[in-house]
Write a new protein. Structure first.
Length: 393
């Protein structure tokens, strides 16, 4: 995969002679100590990470942890004190003001907590704003803005004004304005935190659906762990300007780096976050349509199973065969599994939550990827055991 964003040893210290604070931090001085003794405020403390193209990164932490400062350093709305930020191998920290302006217009879209809409402009004119700044012709920017508004579900509201829209709809306008620029990277700073809980959940769902269509690289700031776990491919947790832990949602949940992270996750319902992939058994033993009942029975006996998954070309999941049916067929002298292949088998995708798996009455449940390739199977005992183990931790 292509690395879209690369951050190396990034620092941001506010105050006079800010660079003098860097060696103090390297020597172990705390954020509070720098403020108390040297009148220096630490925003970012030696942050490094990489984000691949199309990945969704969520940065979270308590108020004052540095997450909003970090997102603004990526496009130099805040000037870093030290370190480097690469966008597509271009070092943003070395760019002139003009080249930086061009990069922002070409690569970045921003969505803020405060919707930042112009009250005197229609929804369409708000969505056109970035294109207008870029110098796009009126007819062309109108066409692009209309497409962007339709993409976020606001077709028909083009001539309305911000005060006529709900909070969720206003946030969609902000998102449409960013998407109209067709940026590679979306920077979203507490974008949903001002919304009511129900609207917030709806916007999260819509953002995930939108991401599936447009595949942008997204950096999303939040203080809400549930939101982070729902949205993020990768999560960074910050404290006092530094990265405390970086990992997938499951790594954060199951391997918290320290007490600070454990405090974040202590109230999370793991059954809603852990996935089928995390509790499944790998489908190491499978059989194929060409196999006869005796071959299928032999494979089941080898691994101690009473049933076996059947896959076709490229491991496409077809169904399941049970031992007693295969045994009966073998005695009858049949050579094909077709008559006993059960195709109506419960199956889920790898990212299905454990909570959803508890709705199934029949096990095992097949686990497949987006292309219906068999990845594994979930049995009820393993499901309960994994849940008990995670809660015990």
């Amino acid at each position: 995969m292509t690395v879209k964003i690369k951050v190396e040893n990034l620092y941001k210290i506010f105050g006079p002679k800010s660079k003098a604070g860097i060696p103090l931090l390297k020597q172990g001085a705390s954020k509070d100590e720098l403020l108390r003794k040297h009148k220096l405020a630490v925003g970012i403390n030696d942050v490094s990470f990489e984000l691949e193209e199309g990945q969704f990164l969520v940065v979270m932490g308590l108020s004052g942890s540095g997450k909003s400062t970090l997102i603004r350093c990526l496009n130099r709305l805040i000037e870093p004190t030290a370190g480097r930020v690469f966008i597509d191998d271009v070092d943003v920290t070395t760019l002139s003001e003009e080249r930086l302006r061009q990069l922002r217009l070409a690569k970045f879209g921003m969505v803020f907590q405060k919707f930042a809409l112009f009250p005197h402009r229609s929804i369409l004119k708000n969505a056109e704003y970035g294109l207008e700044i870029r110098g796009v012709a009126a007819d062309e920017r109108r066409r692009i803005a209309l497409d962007a508004l339709e993409l976020v579900g606001l077709k028909g509201w083009e001539e309305s004004y911000p005060h006529q829209l709900s909070g969720g709809m206003q946030q969609r306008v902000g998102l449409a304005r960013a998407l109209a620029l067709d940026p590679d990277i979306l920077l979203m700073d507490e974008a949903f935190s001002a919304l009511d809980p129900l609207i917030r959940r709806e916007m999260q769902d819509e953002l995930l659906a939108l991401q599936a269509r447009v595949n942008k690289t997204i950096v999303f700031i939040t203080h809400d762990l549930d939101e982070a776990l729902k949205l993020g491919d990768k999560i960074i947790i910050m404290k006092d300007g530094a990265v405390v832990q970086e990992g997938t949602p499951e790594e954060i949940l199951t391997q918290p780096a320290d007490d600070y992270v454990e405090k974040f996750i202590e109230d999370v319902d793991v059954s809603k976050v852990l996935t089928a992939e995390s509790v499944m058994h790998k489908a190491s033993a499978v059989t194929f349509p060409k196999d006869g009942p005796k071959t299928a029975l032999h494979k089941m006996k080898e691994v101690g199973l009473s049933s076996i998954m059947v896959v076709g070309k490229d491991r496409q999941f077809l169904g399941i065969v049970h031992a007693e049916d295969a045994s009966r067929l073998a005695k009858e002298g049949e050579k094909s599994l077709e008559s006993i292949l059960m195709r109506d088998v419960p199956k889920v995708q790898t990212d299905t939550s454990i909570a959803e798996l508890f709705n199934f009455e029949t096990f095992p449940v097949a686990v497949v990827d987006a292309d219906n390739r068999l990845k594994g199977l979930v049995i009820r005992g393993a499901l309960l055991g994994a849940l008990a183990e995670r809660r015990g931790n």
